[in-house]
Design a protein around this ligand. Structure first.
Ligand code: NAI
Ligand code: MG
Length: 357
């Protein structure tokens, strides 16, 4: 009997629905060609349009509704008219926090030198996986705003690094590095952040003792930013905090083709709750509704979903096809120098999938 994977689809705002359509096309085709499993997609109309009608980003029992799905596939949320902190906190962060998706996985792999702005670097030199802490740290939302609007105004933004939170992300990274047979680099800033990052470094060393087989490096975040540009080859698996990961992964995206190609997964490793797969980019109001959105980032996140379900071969194949599209065809959206429409790229992708069996 076929296994059924139940996927909650939240297309969201702007180009979200446009790129998600193409990802769904690809997932359906992969399942059809494989034959051992199928996807059932349930759509949720949540986002900023929903907010303008109902005064909220998602249903009150939204988390309850999503709880039993095998995964969530999300486009993008945010649109002019709804403050970004509402769209972000009331939908995306609510899901990430409620489902304890404490691992954020961002592959930074250069698939074609044509899309890399670095002249001195070969394609093979940029192939890393950034594992970003996704549940606490600098984005815990802790702090205070004292004497607001007065002369003596003071704001405090507190980083929260719990032993549990720090240990589990570092352990996840060690496990990933061990499984891949790759080196693990921790990025921190212990010289300046004398509590949080000294603690981080200590836990990295502590957990590391359980993984003597994994080669480790530790860089300060400023030096790491420089190395990522000058010698990206140094990095294989990288583990870092929420804020540093946020910044470094955008730098990584810039090195490997920009937002149209950047994929991300929010993982609950215990699989107690659904994990969420989404392109890194936002709703791109400047190009939405024009068929200009690049669907490859959302297809790449679909490949992360396949990998998460244990279909590593399919996952790799999708990435190979993205590589082929970039190198050998002109079926690309304007951000990649082509003039194909979003839907054309998805259709072309599905054709290659079918023809290369
Ligand atoms: P953005 O990622 O939407 O767009 C930045 C630039 O990249 C724009 O010029 C856009 O046209 C281009 N771009 C993005 N994705 C593209 C794609 N797939 N193909 C071709 N070009 C692409 O970031 P921006 O403009 O800062 O934010 C727009 C809205 O999206 C805001 O409301 C923001 O809060 C939200 N946002 C949501 C995210 C999410 O849902 N995960 C992440 C980032 C922003
Ligand atoms: Mg970011």
């Amino acid at each position: 009997m076929k296994k059924t994977y139940h996927i909650a689809v939240i297309p969201g705002d702007g180009i979200g629905p446009e790129v998600i359509n193409e990802g769904v096309k690809v997932l359906k085709k992969v399942a059809e060609l494989d034959g051992r499993f199928e996807f059932k997609f349930a759509y949720f109309p949540w986002g900023c349009e929903y907010y303008s009608k109902h005064g909220k980003m998602m249903d009150d029992d939204g988390i309850e509704q999503l709880k039993n799905f095998d995964a969530i596939y999300l486009g993008a949320v945010g649109y002019p008219g709804v403050p970004d902190h509402i769209s972000l906190w009331d939908l995306l962060l609510k899901i990430r926090k409620s489902f304890d998706q404490y691992v954020n996985l961002r592959p930074i792999t250069c698939l074609s030198e044509d899309v890399c702005p670095l002249k001195h670097v070969k394609k093979e030199d940029i192939d890393m996986l950034i594992i970003r802490e996704n549940s606490e740290g600098e984005y815990a939302g802790a702090g205070d705003w004292l004497f607001k609007d007065k002369k003596e105004e003071v704001v405090l933004q507190t980083g929260v690094f719990s032993r549990k939170g720090t240990e589990r992300i570092i352990r996840y990274a060690f496990e990933t590095a061990r499984k891949a047979g790759k080196a693990l680099t921790s990025v921190s800033k212990g010289n300046a952040l004398n509590y949080s990052m000294v603690f981080w470094d200590q836990i990295f060393a502590e957990v590391g003792r359980e993984y003597p087989d994994v080669e480790t490096y530790s860089y300060l975040v400023d030096a790491a930013s420089m190395f990522m540009v000058q010698q990206p080859k140094r990095f294989e698996i990288v583990v870092t905090s929420n804020l540093f990961g946020d910044i470094l992964t955008d730098l990584g995206a810039a090195l490997t083709g920009g937002l149209g190609l950047a994929a991300g997964a929010n993982i609950n490793p215990e699989r107690k709750y659904p994990s969420m797969f989404e392109p890194v980019h936002g709703s791109a109001p400047d190009i939405s509704g024009q068929g200009k959105a690049n669907p490859l980032a959302s297809i790449w996140s679909a490949s992360q979903m396949l990998d998460f379900f244990g279909f590593e071969e399919h996952s790799k194949r999708l990435i190979k096809i993205i590589e082929k599209l970039l190198k050998e065809t002109e079926c690309l959206t304007p951000d990649m120098g082509g003039n194909a429409l979003t839907g054309d790229v998805g259709d072309f992708f599905v054709n290659i999938l079918e023809s290369e069996l």
